[in-house]
Design a protein around this ligand. Sequence first.
Ligand code: MBD
Ligand code: FE
Length: 296
Amino acid sequence: MSDATAQATAQAAVTVAVKATAAASGASATERFLTDKTGTSAPGADTERVHILATEMISAVHDIVRRHQVTYEEYNALKSWLISVGRDGEWPLFLDVWVEHVVEEVATAARQGSKGTIEGPYYVPGAPELPSVSTLPMRDKEAGTELLFQGQVTSASGEPLAGALLEMWQADDEGLYAQFAPGIPEWNLRGSVVADDEGRFAVTTIQPAPYQIPTDGSCGRLISAAGWHAWRPAHLHLKVSAPGHTTLTTQLYFKGGTYVEDDVARAVKPELVIDPRPTGDGGCEVTHGFVLDPAS
Ligand code: MBD
Ligand code: FE
């Protein structure tokens, strides 16, 4: 290797290590999915169901081609884009942004308890366990407005759910997620909070920033080619669970926040918008409870 080549290689390695590239976060999300979700996503054994769904999906594509007189140029652009989504590892991102909200709607239509919404690509199981009153793991001078998030977990019949688990994950003040953007401590702004004997919790964290879909990957290229915007409103992610109850996967948004009315992932519901009030010391505070359905 020449000196110049070695230098260029070293430079490229440094750039990869420091920048939150689409390929880096996409590859992490793909690995994550293949590790955690393969069991639930293995092809179904029900041939008739696969036949119906695959046939209708392919027919929907045929209809679009006929209706819009799709050209070979457009067909090849699509082919090349689909290949690049896989290369960038952005299938989890693409599907969770543009498809998951409808799957969630269908899956939770019969719920009586709290509304939920999509999980998205950045959940990691096994975050550090924390007591009911705690602060999410964060850096020494974590940027962002301090937020005290407190409440109670109850059953549909109003019983407190002692020891309910609240798995929380969120972006930082730059909209970046630990384990999917480089240079952030592994469990930063991720925790598994155990509620007290009355199902209560009080978690100190920071307000996340809105999330922008990486502009340098395939999803970003689709967005700019179509003239859309790339943003999700700031949000907290939660999975709330208790023995004998259906796990609630949800997100909370901030009233008046940018993109709350125009989420690229269509995952905002009115019940999920919280309105923290200033505490007077520069931070803010909100009380928000969760009601879990019985296990089905
Ligand atoms: C996110 O942070 C997110 O929550 C979803 C659903 C999709 C992309 C990024
Ligand atoms: Fe998110």
